[in-house]
Write a protein of this length. Structure first.
Lengths: 234, 384
């Protein structure tokens, strides 16, 4: 994940919002209401101390997780799709989920490195063909059936008073001290094949994932590039 | 796993000065202020990963034993601690502020009796009870704030790297517990050991072993022991700890002085072959040889003879294989040697060209372990 973080830092330096998505070119979403299995979102919201230490906040993180799930459900509902949260598992099932979460983190890191951070693998040029393998089917079965799995990763931070003071002092001296930043990615997996058919990443110095409004704005921005269902194509 | 309960009113916490942690964490403690709740949240996430990790040793008997030793040592508050035995062949144990304790499997080859295991568990428990990690985090945070205002350019660099919460975890783990906290935990462990009727000298004995192992590893590689640098270490040097622990043990009140070797060895019997295998695969012949010699100070048991034979087979010079064969032969007639000794004997004989005898030994292993995970491969090798 380290490269992702560096990337976010670079993007956030411009103080703007950056969104960029990739989709598997030949994949077509079936023309019927879809069921999306949402994996437990990996969320952490922190406040940035004056010294730049990101201190995780449990309440903010909980609010953001709830708000993001709400926004996802609403957004997919508007498309006529339904969202199914993968519940807490135990024993072997929990280990399987952990395995796929770890595998997805690794693959997402590769996507960030070779699609976003400017390093291009010759074999991946002009392609988007990452996969978690057909074993992901088990995740769908665990959730009681589904067409796609959705992974969500979100990091959000807010400057403390001390950090704000430092930013002002920094600006007065002609330097730049970064404040709060947010970084979210979504990744959609075809549960039949395990292929990552769409991946979208947002880095921004504005917004707030903690409240339903901010979470909805972020999810809507990210979802804008999600391929439409075949029949729903304009 | 408990999800952290939520309340709103978050923004107000920005300006709220953190409460000062001191003394012991009370029974049934749940964090209240935002620093600590954040720390617990990060640890809860980490625990989710640990809990479902393939590195966790599931063996119920060994898990029950370690828990029982912890409970005897620290009392009923052991219920607040969740123990994860991690299959990692190094000497280490760690404690998170939310009660997640990790014990690495390499520790079981280095503690020689129940009292020594209890010493490590008591040390980690003291970190928990005295909330050491929270104090370290606050210390780092406060120091970094001062640093930022003193030196803006530095803070710009630090700020970029600090965009992520991962940095928080890095700070908490890399810096580790300060040396002062380690000393406090050492003192706590001697007190708890004495109270539980264990030999308080056990704590110092562990560090004697670790120090000797470092020297042996360096000697085997033909290097001098790298001196421990106290100034930058997160822990006091092994030697310093050893001396302080010895003095504390000597000053401990009189009472029962149990070391519990028998129960300890019985509890480890089922995992022994795995522990030895992982240690040997570190490919550190000198340290492993010394480790086994130290464990055999009171005599070579069947399980130790097996371990020695495995080590020689792994290095595998012509002489090693000859010796290994003799050691395996000595092991398999002992009741406490694992069945894997027959496999080792078979593989050694095969490498020495004694095909018929080798196959017979492997067949005998498969009779003892019909469901061995390497059964299919061994059957293919022996044509059985």
């Amino acid at each position: 994940m380290r490269r992702l973080f560096i990337l976010v830092a670079m993007m956030a330096l411009c103080g703007c919002t950056t969104v960029r998505s990739f989709a598997a070119p030949e994949h077509r979403l079936p023309d019927r209401p879809l069921t999306i299995v949402v994996m437990r979102p990996d969320v952490e919201v922190s406040w940035l101390t004056a010294g730049g230490v990101a201190q995780p906040n449990a309440d903010w993180t909980a609010s953001a997780r709830t708000a993001l799930i709400g926004a996802l459900t609403a957004e997919q509902g508007a498309r006529g799709n339904s969202v199914r949260l993968l519940g807490e598992q135990s024993g072997e099932a929990a280990r399987l989920v952990a395995d796929y979460e770890a595998l997805h983190r690794t693959v997402a890191d590769q996507i960030a490195q070779f699609k976003y951070a400017g390093m291009i693998l010759p074999t991946k040029r002009g392609k988007f063909d990452w996969t978690l393998g057909p074993g992901v089917r088990q995740l769908g079965e665990m959730a009681g059936g589904g067409d796609y799995a959705l992974f969500l990763y979100a990091r959000d931070s807010f400057a403390s008073d001390g950090r704000l003071a430092l930013q002002i002092v920094g600006a007065a001296l002609g330097g730049y001290v970064p404040g709060g930043e947010r970084f979210v990615y979504l990744s959609l997996i075809d549960l039949r094949t395990g292929d990552i058919i769409w991946f979208n990443l947002l880095a921004s110095a504005r917004g707030d994932l903690r409240d339903p409004e901010g979470a909805r704005a972020t999810i809507d921005t990210l979802m804008r590039t999600l391929p439409a269902r075949a029949g729903a194509r304009p | 796993m408990k999800r952290i309960a939520h309340a709103a009113a978050a923004v107000a916490m920005l300006c709220q000065p953190p409460a000062v942690a001191s003394g012991q964490v009370p029974v049934g403690y749940q964090p209240v202020d935002s620093d600590e709740r954040g720390l617990w949240m990060v640890m809860a996430e980490e625990e989710r990963r640990v809990r479902d990790s393939n590195f966790v040793i599931q063996d119920p008997a060994l898990n029950a034993y370690v828990r029982q030793v912890l409970c005897r040592t620290v009392g009923p508050r052991c219920a607040e601690v969740r123990i994860y035995l991690m299959r990692t062949p190094y000497f280490n144990a760690s404690m998170a502020p939310n009660g997640m304790m990790q014990v690495w499997s390499g520790l079981f080859l280095r503690t020689r009796n129940e009292a020594q295991l209890a010493a490590v568990l008591a040390h980690e428990y003291t970190h928990y009870e005295e909330q050491h990690s929270l104090r370290i985090f606050r210390d780092v945070r406060d120091k970094s704030t001062v640093l930022s205002f003193l030196s803006l350019p530095l803070s710009i660099l630090g700020g970029m790297a600090a965009t992520t919460a991962a940095q928080f975890v890095t700070l908490a783990t890399i810096f580790g517990f300060s040396r002062e906290n380690e000393r406090a935990a050492d003192r706590g462990s001697v007190t708890l050991l004495t109270r539980a009727g264990y030999d308080p000298a056990a704590a110092a004995a562990i560090w004697e072993g670790i120090e000797a192992e470092r020297e042996a590893a360096a000697a085997a590689r033909g290097r001098s022991v790298r001196p421990e640098i106290a100034l930058f270490g997160t822990h006091p040097t092994s030697r310093a700890r050893m001396e302080e622990l010895r003095a504390q043990a000597a000053a401990a009140p009189a009472g029962a002085r149990e070391s519990g070797e028998g129960p300890y060895q019985a509890a480890l019997a089922g995992s022994w072959a795995m522990l030895v295998d992982d240690q040997i695969k570190l490919n550190d012949y000198g340290a492993t040889e010394l480790l086994l010699t130290r464990l055999a100070a009171d005599g070579w048991t069947g399980s130790l003879i097996y371990a020695r034979a495995e080590l020689m087979r792994a290095r595998g010079t012509a002489d090693d294989l000859r010796h290994a064969e003799a050691w395996y032969q000595a092991a398999i007639v002992r009741p406490d040697a694992p069945a894997e000794a027959r496999r080792g004997l078979g593989l050694t004989l095969l490498r020495r060209g004694e095909v018929a005898a080798g196959r017979a030994a492997i067949a005998s292993y498969l009779e003892h372990r019909p469901n061995a995970s390497d059964g299919a491969m061994l059957r293919a090798m022996t044509g059985a």
